[in-house]
Ligand binder design. Structure first.
Ligand code: PLZ
Length: 449
């Protein structure tokens, strides 16, 4: 194992380096221990055990340095062990680790909420409260919407992913692996078609209008708009395969919600915090959600999530109706403040756009030469390719291509309702040469080299 490395962060050598096969012998040993101690229900994408990570690389116990196109599923957008995050957390852990904000508060929680109220779309008066995970944020957003409207129904969309708790698993579209055997599910959840341009039956051109018309008709006819507490949607479907709803679809749905007293909730757990080349993906079409849920990229890897929304909705809930022991833990809040400083000072919104400008043209060139690539899509540093059987739209499994990339030291993730999407979520601080090298590895894997 390399002895030069003493800690992670951006100081790690920014290089791909393979010194054993992937996974190497130390990782295989640890994996055997893991198999005996951890149930298989918790799966593993790439079974190398990590010792350090930073910039655009992940270093394993065998001394291999892999290019990171995953960011721990869109979490370490500022990089792993980002200096401002490390420094703030280091200071905080020495001062105090926890009091419970509901017992005796501390300033950093309030500062994070102030920042989110200011930075999320819309200049109306807002409130924020903090929880631990994306699922918890979504679940709480629904609680608030139901409480504020006195209604029960929640509308979600095909290909949506919202979490693994009972309610958020119910809100999630895909059965395997998320729901199979875990029922019964929560009541009053209704799923409608999503404006998925690549797979819309009449083609992409009329997708937005047709999908919106169908959704609105189904709400009116099957649920009754007056029974709907909330419409919940990811502005880009993440786990579902980085599906950007056809332009015009989201504004139409928002307009319908406004006209019918329905709370519009944007789930920006995966898309938030500069990932898409905006601070929040809703900004792309000027969407102002009533409530926005955030997590992942918010705190550089420390567990934190937030519910931000219209003050008149959030203030309705009675004292004590919202909370949790760890929500807005002081370490996570300091990390979030470090993340927000980093995004601003290091201009990571622009950096995300730059990543998209490198990736999209190269992926489109690969698509022109390789008919297995059916679609190239995404924004900023949230980019995907959808694989098909050449000449058709039959899904072609992404896992085998991902495995070839892994063997070559490129960490990529799969996604998609049909498991045929390769998604790329590099840390926003990844150097350009690693992006280029990663794309070359991907190109070879797709070509079967
Ligand atoms: N909403 C839009 O993407 C989490 C799931 C990983 P938690 N996505 C990664 C897995 O297989 O469990 C996600 C999301 C959107 C909600 C969530 C849930 O966030 O922090 O995983 O609870």
């Amino acid at each position: 194992m390399s002895t030069a490395i003493t800690h992670g962060g951006p100081g790690l050598p920014q290089e791909r380096r393979l010194v054993t096969e992937i996974p190497g012998p130390r990782s295989r040993e640890l994996f055997a221990r893991r198999q005996a101690a951890v149930p298989p229900g918790v799966s593993t994408t790439l079974p190398v055990f990590v010792t350090h990570a930073g910039g655009g690389v992940v270093v394993d116990v065998d001394g291999n340095s892999l290019i990171d196109f995953g960011s721990g599923i869109a979490v370490t957008s500022v990089g792993n062990a980002a200096p401002r995050v490390v420094e703030r957390v280091r200071r905080q852990v020495a001062d105090f680790t926890h009091t419970c904000f509901m017992v005796t508060p501390y300033e950093s929680y309030v500062a994070v909420c102030e920042k989110l109220n200011q930075l999320t779309p819309g200049d109306h008066e807002k409130r924020t409260f903090l929880v631990n995970s994306g699922a918890e944020a979504v679940e709480n957003a629904v609680k608030v919407a139901r409480h504020a409207t006195g209604r029960q129904a929640v509308v979600v969309f095909d290909h949506g992913y919202h979490g693994r708790t009972l309610l958020t698993m119910t809100l999630t579209a895909k059965n395997m692996p998320y729901k199979q055997g875990f029922g019964p599910f929560a009541p009053e959840v209704y799923r409608l078609p999503l404006a998925y341009p690549f797979r819309w039956p009449t083609g992409p051109d009329n997708c937005a209008e047709e999908a919106a018309a169908q959704a609105i008709d189904m709400i009116n006819k099957q649920i009754g708009a007056e029974n709907v507490a909330a419409v919940l949607i990811e502005p880009i479907a993440g786990e579902g395969g980085f599906i950007e709803p056809a332009r015009g679809f989201l504004p139409r749905i928002v307009e319908f919600c406004r006209a019918n007293g329905i709370v519009f909730i944007a789930d920006e757990v995966q898309t938030g915090f500069a990932r898409t080349g905006h601070l929040f993906a809703c900004e792309d079409e000027g969407i102002v959600p009533d409530i926005i849920t955030t997590a992942k990229g918010i705190a550089g890897g420390l567990p934190l999530a937030a519910v931000t929304g219209r003050a008149d909705l959030l203030d309705r809930v009675h004292p004590g109706g919202l909370g949790g022991t760890y929500g807005g833990n002081p370490l996570a809040c300091e990390a979030a403040l470090g993340v927000l400083e980093t995004i601003e000072q290091d201009k990571l919104v622009e950096r995300a756009r730059h990543i998209g400008e490198i990736m999209l043209p190269r992926l489109r060139a690969i698509q022109r030469g390789n008919p297995i690539v059916g679609d190239v899509r995404g924004r900023g540093a949230m980019i995907a390719i959808e694989l098909v059987v050449p000449g058709t739209k039959e899904p072609h499994p992404a896992a085998e291509i991902a495995r070839k990339c892994h063997e070559q030291g490129l960490l990529v993730l799969t996604a998609g309702t049909y498991g045929n999407v390769l998604r790329f979520l590099p840390p926003l601080v990844i150097p350009d040469h690693l992006l280029e090298e990663g794309l070359s590895i991907l190109e070879k894997a797709l070509n079967g080299d």
